[in-house]
Design a protein around this ligand. Structure first.
Ligand SMILES: Cc1cc2nc3c(=O)[nH]c(=O)nc-3n(C[C@H](O)[C@H](O)[C@H](O)COP(=O)(O)O)c2cc1C
Length: 172
């Protein structure tokens, strides 16, 4: 079985998840390639493609959509999404546009994984100033939530990602 794990990662969180998935799949033939380095025409040569990104303004990075559009109509048959996000729960639909493209083709989403990733892309001063601008009742909760995302993805997140990849491939 040939597997591709490809991802966009601005500050390294999603890359950590991608690497942990690869660590779980040592028994398989796995390529781990940053989205900017992937040749879209090769996607269809894989049995499974894991597609990942950080969430930026509710969406995955545009390089992911561009890659998928360039792969049309030669799609991988099985795709798994993964993403990291700074909200404690994923409430957005970051892959919506990707799904819009692939649903017209013979392609199946076989799994989805997400986890929290500390926001390292916005300077700390700016983030703290944003908190101070919130109404008092929301500010305390936002500060507590900020503490909960510090250092994520953590060891547990990486383990969860690894187990997600293992069980997805085993259960095919
Ligand atoms: C410009 C910018 C926009 C972001 N927008 C969102 C968002 O809409 N929702 C969210 O949950 N997190 C958002 N985040 C946080 C990132 O999704 C999160 O930190 C993620 O782990 C970054 O992944 P990366 O390190 O792989 O780039 C944003 C971060 C940046 C820098």
């Amino acid at each position: 079985m040939k597997i591709l794990i490809t991802y966009f990662s601005n500050t390294g969180n999603t890359e950590k998840i991608a690497k942990s998935m690869k660590d779980g799949l040592l028994d398989y033939d796995v390529d781990l390639i940053h989205a900017k380095d992937v040749d879209p025409t090769t996607l269809s040569s894989y049995d499974i493609v894991f597609l990942g990104s950080g969430v930026y303004a509710s969406r995955v990075d545009k390089s992911i959509l561009a890659m998928i559009k360039k792969a049309v109509p030669e799609f991988p048959v099985k795709l798994a999404y993964f993403c990291t996000h700074a909200s404690l729960k994923l409430f957005q639909e970051p892959f919506k546009r990707i799904t819009g493209v692939i649903k017209k083709h013979n392609c199946e989403i076989i799994g989805e994984f997400d986890c929290v990733g500390e926001n390292l892309g916005i300077p700390l001063d700016t983030q703290l100033a944003m908190l101070e601008n919130l109404p008092e009742d929301q500010r305390e909760k936002a500060k507590k939530d900020r503490e909960k995302i510090k250092g994520r993805p953590n060891e547990m997140d990486l383990e969860n990602a690894k187990n997600f990849a293992i069980s997805l491939v085993k259960n095919l």
